[in-house]
Design a protein around this ligand. Structure first.
Ligand code: 5GP
Length: 198
């Protein structure tokens, strides 16, 4: 485990860039999205665009953040084997399109980042698809509660549900190749980059 308070993982430059696939998971409020966005600033890094049944949030575009589908369309894609993994997260379904991922897994000059939940990461681990997995953990459940409340976007009920999910997700952290405790965002980004050779 890497704690961004005390260590920044491998020193920058010590891990060569190998491209391929990187899985990033972590509870809502762990800072995972900010870390993902920071990694995507590198021109060698691209995002795996998931399919979802969740309605688009303001500013999100079909094909940029997600591919937005109806439940019926999503179910057809599941039946056709179009996803490498898929899971229900909160009330919606999310799946990773198979073809772009298989292509990216063969590339050594580009890195594809998958922002997926612990259920999806567990499914991927069972398959013979090489990848590096990183779990972003909050410093504590209390700190996570504080961060979720500070966003002011969710009702107390939604926050309570996210905290319940977070506890279950945190229990899976040990199944990842790396765990970074996100105390300081800049240090966490540096640690993630060092792991991925960026
Ligand atoms: P959001 O709706 O806030 O964008 O994402 C909710 C959760 O769904 C996040 O934890 C995110 O990592 C997860 N997620 C997004 N895409 C996928 C996917 O393709 N597969 C799985 N298993 N989880 C996903």
């Amino acid at each position: 485990m890497i704690d961004s308070r005390t260590a920044a993982g491998p020193p920058p430059g010590s891990t060569p860039f190998r491209g391929g696939l990187a899985v990033l998971s972590g509870p809502s409020g762990s800072g995972k999205t900010s870390i993902c966005n920071a990694l995507l600033e590198d021109p060698r890094v691209e995002l795996s665009i998931s399919a979802t049944t969740r309605p688009a949030r303001g500013g999100e575009q079909h094909g940029r953040e997600y591919w937005f589908y109806s439940r019926a369309e999503f179910d057809r894609m599941v039946a056709a084997g179009d996803f490498v993994e898929w899971a229900q997260v909160y009330a919606n379904c999310y799946g990773t399109p198979r073809r772009p991922l298989e292509e990216a897994s063969r590339r050594t000059d580009r890195l594809m980042v998958l922002d997926i939940d612990v259920q999806g990461a567990a499914q991927l681990r069972k398959q013979a698809i090489r990848h590096v997995s990183i779990f972003i953990a909050p410093p504590s459940i209390d700190e996570l509660k504080r961060r979720l409340a500070a966003r002011r976007t969710d009702s107390p009920e939604v926050i309570a549900e996210r905290l319940r999910w977070a506890e279950q997700e945190l229990a899976q952290a040990g199944t990842y190749d790396h765990v970074i405790v996100n105390v300081d965002l800049a240090a966490t980004i540096a640690a993630a980059k060092a792991i991925l050779g960026l």
